[in-house]
Design a protein around this ligand. Sequence first.
Ligand code: TGC
Ligand code: FAD
Length: 393
Amino acid sequence: MAKTDLFESPDYYFLDELLTDEHKLVRAAVRDFVKKEVSPIIEDYAQRAEFPKHLLKGLGEIGAFGPTIPAQYGGGGMDYIAYGLIMQEVERGDSGIRSTASVQGSLVMYPIYAYGNEAQRNKYLPKLATGEMMGCFGLTEPNHGSNPSGMTTHYKDAGDHVILNGAKMWISNSPFADIAVVWAKNEEGKIKGLIVERGMEGFTTPETHNKWSLRASATGELVFDNVKVPKENILPNVEGLKGPLGCLNQARYGIAWGAVGAAMDCYDTALRYSKERIQFDRPIGGFQLQQKKLAEMITEITKAQLMNWRLGVLKSEDRATAAQISMAKRNSVETAINCAREARQMLGGMGITGEYPIMRHMMNLESVVTYEGTHDIHLLITGMDVTGFNAFK
Ligand code: TGC
Ligand code: FAD
């Protein structure tokens, strides 16, 4: 049954005063889209473990694909606060839908824009911006997750094309993507990015089933069995791990905002419930233990909102460091998971049902805390940044 979305956005420190009119307009359009198109249907799609493909066109229309890519390539040409707000609002609806937008904008459009040539930009970016063409990003392999530098997917020169072999796993959007930005080693062992197109012989994308998390997002593998990739599909302007990691900076930034959106939804749901649910002849919001949960949630959400806003300013000025982005991604996801767990308890038995969004957010966030660098990896990045000692090697 379609659900009515009663969300009211928490803004305890009047952060709206820091936003421009344009930021507020962008946010309003996305919030409206989520209330009308995502919230009413997302629970059913998640229960059925199905990605709501019909949302792609609308996501393109609200500017969720490539908000910071210049308008001449079909992107939104917006700043990073606008990008963050879009991700916040989309993930308020569902982390899986935000995943699709993150992958498309930050992990497919960004590398084509930043590392591609003009022909590649013109061929792919406008269609990716509207959602007419969808992409995915292949970095992780069965034996190389946190340590992508060990990847074994590789290609060999064969004249006007290369021959690609290997496999990627845990790839968001892979089952329906038209193209994949794939990171693979050349004959010198250097990591390069290639655009692999659906239909190329030897390229398959089996879907991954039985997920308890991100059920409304399609995840799969990328398998390359002697795939002939034209040389014109190799991204010319980057080499080495800094290529994919540069894309991850963009996506991790979006997740920092997105996860706070999920936290805001959990808080808002629990706050409303606490005022309506009567036990011992009074609303449960009147009990100190429930107030403690709500007070701690809004405190942590407000801290994360402030961190995101400041990071957005630094990012728009091109001053945000990768380590600052890691800190925000890690902090926001932790905040969101803790809010989801507390909010779930506040709803008692109702908290485990699909009548409310909390359990879905909670399960989704178990992926969000793992992908784009695990909680541990981001902690070690902060540790390395502050001490100067590398704990990875
Ligand atoms: P390391 O030796 O430190 O660095 C290798 C080269 O990369 C440069 N670099 C960066 N460049 C840009 N941005 C960053 N964040 C960078 N971090 C490092 C570095 O300067 C060096 O450049 P150069 O020129 O000297 O070669 O690399 P390492 O092998 O020790 O690994 C470091 C580590 C562990 C931090 C990194 O590999 C890592 O972040 N691992 C986590 C892997 C990860 O996040 N995977 C994500 C896969 S994609 C995904 O999950 C999508 S989910 C999408 C969704 O559905 O929303
Ligand atoms: P591992 O690297 O095997 O880690 C296992 C555990 O060991 C973790 O707790 C980790 O923190 C810990 N660990 C590892 N190294 C260290 C260390 N040095 N010190 C301390 N602890 C350590 N990847 C893509 O390329 N594209 C995608 O679109 C994509 N989408 C995804 C969607 C979903 C739903 C999921 C779940 C994953 C997705 N991923 C994607 C993969 C994701 O990025 C990886 O799962 C993640 O990087 C972790 O790799 P791993 O699962 O192999 O875990």
